[in-house]
Design a protein around this ligand. Structure first.
Ligand code: FMN
Length: 339
């Protein structure tokens, strides 16, 4: 089993939620780039719990310790390895999850896959915590892309069935969304939402047919973010409700280059970038760990059981998943750009 993706820029994520540390190895990052490490840490803080509505009480410092690949403040072209220590774990909260798996989480499938050898504490390798090293790697990629005129920005479109208005707080939520999350938390429940992302500044012509197109690559990587259950590009599913004449993006010349007047294709035609912003939306499901009693099975006794989850969990992970989507999109964009 490996937890890697990418061709020119290869990302490997390692660690378990309640082990000594989690981390990443980033191979193929261009040499001679001087990342702003304060910016990297600030980006990672957007993912860590900082009191967003319904966020987990597990306080995570998420301070990356870079072990290799940086010399005198610059990338040196060799693999960049970084670790983030786990220091706020309460493993006793997770004592029985390999016997009574959480509905909606990966406890049962990991147990089956490893014949019970998985580190199930806090979700082990399937924990949302593993998105911290994704953010470290993505923060470096994002900064490099910025130096090349490429920007990656995501925002929250909706929480449950509520469309987010323009009046957002620092976590991308509006007042109604915060209320929905707080009510879910009070009820011992959880909610999901949709995140939209745009990559701007990519040139025309990136992506390879047929299985290495931009949609293929983004989908493979974005589904590496736990709790992601769907992705659509451009007009996506709503495009099916349009006529071809409405959905086609008319071409026109601008500054001597062919561009499209609309962007229903989400910047991708035939798996290849057309120079317009690459746009996609990601469905994030409601947090599986909820305080409410749930029905599960007892794998030891081989009978049905009920489960009350004691750990600390977000009633909504969408605000924390937001920078993770940007991070993973930046890693894919840089991988494509280095082709
Ligand atoms: C930033 C982030 C934080 C997460 N935190 C939690 C959490 O506190 N509790 C939980 O049950 N799931 C959490 N998840 C989701 C689970 O890790 C995920 O649902 C689980 O691994 C099963 O994978 P799947 O939903 O992709 O099938 C989080 C996901 C992300 C992206």
């Amino acid at each position: 089993m490996s937890s890697s993706f990418g061709k020119n820029l290869k990302v490997t994520i390692f660690g378990e939620s309640h082990g000594p540390a989690i981390g990443c190895v980033l191979e193929g990052f261009p040499a001679g780039f001087a990342p702003d490490m304060d910016k990297v840490t600030a980006f990672m803080q957007r993912r860590a719990s900082r009191g967003q509505a319904g966020a987990t009480a597990r306080s995570e410092e998420d301070l990356p310790e870079v072990l290799s690949g940086l010399f005198e403040g610059k990338t040196c072209g060799t693999p960049i390895a970084a670790v983030i220590r786990n220091n706020n774990t309460q493993s006793q909260d997770y004592a029985n999850l390999n016997v009574c798996p959480r509905p909606g989480h990966a406890d049962l499938t990991w147990n089956a896959k490893t014949k019970g050898a998985n580190d199930y504490r806090g979700g082990g390798h399937a924990s949302g915590r593993l998105t911290a090293p994704m953010c470290f790697a993505g923060a470096l990629a994002k900064q490099y892309l910025e130096s090349q005129g490429v920007a990656v920005n995501a925002s929250i479109c909706s929480i449950k069935d509520h469309q987010i208005s323009d009046n957002q707080d620092e976590f991308g939520l509006d007042e109604e969304a915060r209320k929905i999350i707080e009510e879910a938390q009070k009820a011992g429940d959880s909610v999901g939402g949709i995140i939209e992302c745009a990559i701007t500044g990519l040139p025309m012509g990136l992506g390879s047919p047929i299985f290495d197109g931009v949609e293929n690559k983004l989908s493979q990587a974005i589904f590496g973010i736990p709790a992601v259950k769907g992705i659509e590009f451009g007009s996506g599913f709503s495009g099916t409700k349009l006529m071809g004449s409405q959905n086609n993006d008319a071409f026109a010349y601008k500054n001597g280059k062919p561009v499209t007047k609309t962007n229903n294709a989400g910047g991708i035609l035939g798996g290849i970038t057309n120079g317009m912003p690459v746009t996609f939306r990601v469905a994030v499901k409601p947090t599986p760990s909820i305080a409410k009693e749930q029905q599960t099975v007892d794998l030891d006794k081989k009978k049905d059981a009920s489960l009350e989850i004691k750990g600390r969990h977000d009633a909504c992970i969408v605000p924390r998943a937001l920078p993770v989507v940007e991070a993973v999109a930046a890693l894919v964009a840089l991988d494509l750009l280095l082709d």
